[in-house]
Design a protein around this ligand. Structure first.
Ligand code: NAD
Length: 462
């Protein structure tokens, strides 16, 4: 394996760094250098998130847009003490692929090319799309692995047919191998940007890879299409991120296969819009020990995602993902007087006139000193796919980095990007966006052989 040290600013080069208040990583990670092209595989490539992501990358490449919201493109990272004044861009610290090296590919049940699909999604202005028409027109979806029982409100024709789910997985593997060969790609990453599938609990067939592969051959009904994509990805050594709340890669069988095949995986459900706001605000309220009586959240949205979520079975999957965040942030077991009795409700209403321009309302009933009541109202007029696109870009680049750094299995350090972060068996997920960010940046410092930052800071006053 060819390995190369990252182009990092070494802590020893910055002179008088005091180690007492920071944590020295055990060892520096060997990271394979990013060479050649990186293939980006997107199930759901005709959707609003995928097309906004691809069009965004093409616009940035063409110099007519900026990667706002992307940590890999704009984020900096402090190294050493504050007095060192060393804060390089993340992409200068750690060897990431350049966005000019990304090549797109994907599957959808509708066969529109990316230009037509982006126009149809209605997120980006047609004048912008016109300027990047050529690269967008050149990306057309492959036929999808799809079963209507998992996404009841959609009906497309661009669908693979086969006798068994294992045959479908093999067709996907063939697609992936051909794409890699035909485009002479060095590496691949897959991000599920397909619709939210109906609610499914983990069952016996998900318990081990042996049972799962038997289930694929026997068409077990508990194996959803998104699991077949995840299986195909991991079989081909491709890192996999799940942008939707359905289980997909979040089952022991695929975690086992990911470890065995040295493949990093992460999920679930991109953290955008209302839940992003929740995980920004809730840690602040908790940090000041303000109590909570209730948090009512409602949304209207009119895109295809909204149409899919209009089906109660798909909504149930989304609801479970959206509800879990407060429980973990407020820790009612530790603070029973403040958080053991709050009412949390989340609604999503499909309202076609709004398209992708969602509107979210939150009413938060809190209480303070001596139990006196207060209210907070939030009205977020957001654009879902505009918030999701930079997440897809960061996940592509960071998951590939993880693989080049020899990391495999669940990548908890990427929790920052998800509503329901996947974590190891014995752990609860971390939802506080600020802790998630610290975890992410410390992981990057760790990979670069830099000291981890604890924010203690007493040594400045010695
Ligand atoms: N900010 C956001 O937009 C956001 C945030 C969190 C999660 N998500 C999730 O990301 C996913 C994509 O969101 P979107 O707004 O782009 O939705 P969308 O409906 O616009 O796009 C989803 C696409 O997936 C396709 N699809 C469905 N099943 C498929 C399959 N089995 N194989 C291939 N293609 C399939 C659909 O035809 C559609 O084109 C959804 O699951 C959504 O819940 C989105």
């Amino acid at each position: 394996m060819v390995s190369e040290k990252p182009d990092a600013v070494n802590s020893s080069q910055r002179g008088n760094t005091r180690l007492s208040m920071t944590t020295k990583p055990k060892k520096k990670k060997n990271i394979i250098a990013p060479k050649g092209k990186l293939g980006v595989l997107l199930p759901g490539i005709g959707g609003a998130v995928s097309t906004t992501f691809i069009a965004g990358v093409e616009a940035i490449k063409a110099g007519i847009g900026k990667p706002i919201g992307s940590m890999t493109q704009l984020g900096s990272i402090r190294l050493g003490k504050r007095t060192d004044k060393t804060s390089p861009l993340i992409k200068d610290l750690i060897p990431l692929y350049d966005i000019n090296d990304l090549v797109f590919y994907g599957w959808d049940i509708f066969s529109d090319n990316c230009y037509d699909a982006a126009l149809n999604a209605g997120v980006l202005k047609s004048e912008l799309l016109e300027q990047i028409k050529e690269p967008l027109k050149s990306v057309s979806p492959q036929s999808a692995v799809f079963e209507r029982k998992f996404v009841k409100n959609l009906n497309g024709k661009n669908i693979k047919r086969a006798k068994t789910k294992m045959d479908l997985a093999n067709q996907l593997i063939k697609d992936i191998d051909n794409f890699k060969k035909d485009n002479n790609l060095a590496r691949l990453v897959m991000v599920w940007c397909g619709s939210t599938e109906v609610y499914l609990e983990k069952s016996d067939v998900h318990k081990s890879i042996r049972k799962f592969e038997k289930g694929l051959k026997e068409n077990n009904p508990a194996i959803a299409p998104s699991m077949i994509y995840a299986y195909a990805a991991i079989k081909t050594g491709t890192p996999y991120a799940n942008g939707a709340p359905n289980l997909s890669v979040d089952i022991p069988a695929l975690e086992e296969l990911a470890k065995k095949n040295s493949v990093p995986i992460c999920g679930k459900d991109f953290k955008t819009g209302q839940t992003l706001m929740k995980t920004i605000l809730a840690p602040g309220l908790k940090s000041r020990l303000l109590g909570l009586n209730g948090w009512f959240s409602t949304n209207i949205l009119g895109n295809r995602d909204g149409e899919v979520l209009d089906d109660p079975y798909s909504f149930k999957t989304k609801e479970a993902s959206k509800l879990s965040v407060l429980e973990y942030i407020f820790q009612p077991d530790l603070y029973p007087e403040l958080y053991s009795n709050y009412y949390h409700k989340v609604r999503i209403n499909y309202y076609p006139p709004r398209g992708d321009e969602k509107e979210a309302w939150d009413n938060i009933d809190i209480f303070g000193w001596l139990g006196y009541k207060m209210q907070i109202k939030i009205n977020f007029l957001c654009r879902d796919s505009i918030l999701a696109a930079p997440i897809v870009l960061d996940l592509v680049l960071f998951l590939d980095l993880a693989q080049r750094a020899g990391m495999s299995g669940i990548q908890e350090w990427l929790s920052f990007y998800f509503k329901s972060p996947m974590v190891g068996d014995q752990l609860y997920p971390e939802h506080d966006v600020f802790i998630q960010q610290m975890k992410l940046k410390n992981t990057l410092r760790y990979m670069a052989g830099e000291e981890l930052i604890t924010h203690l800071g007493l040594d400045y006053y010695d």
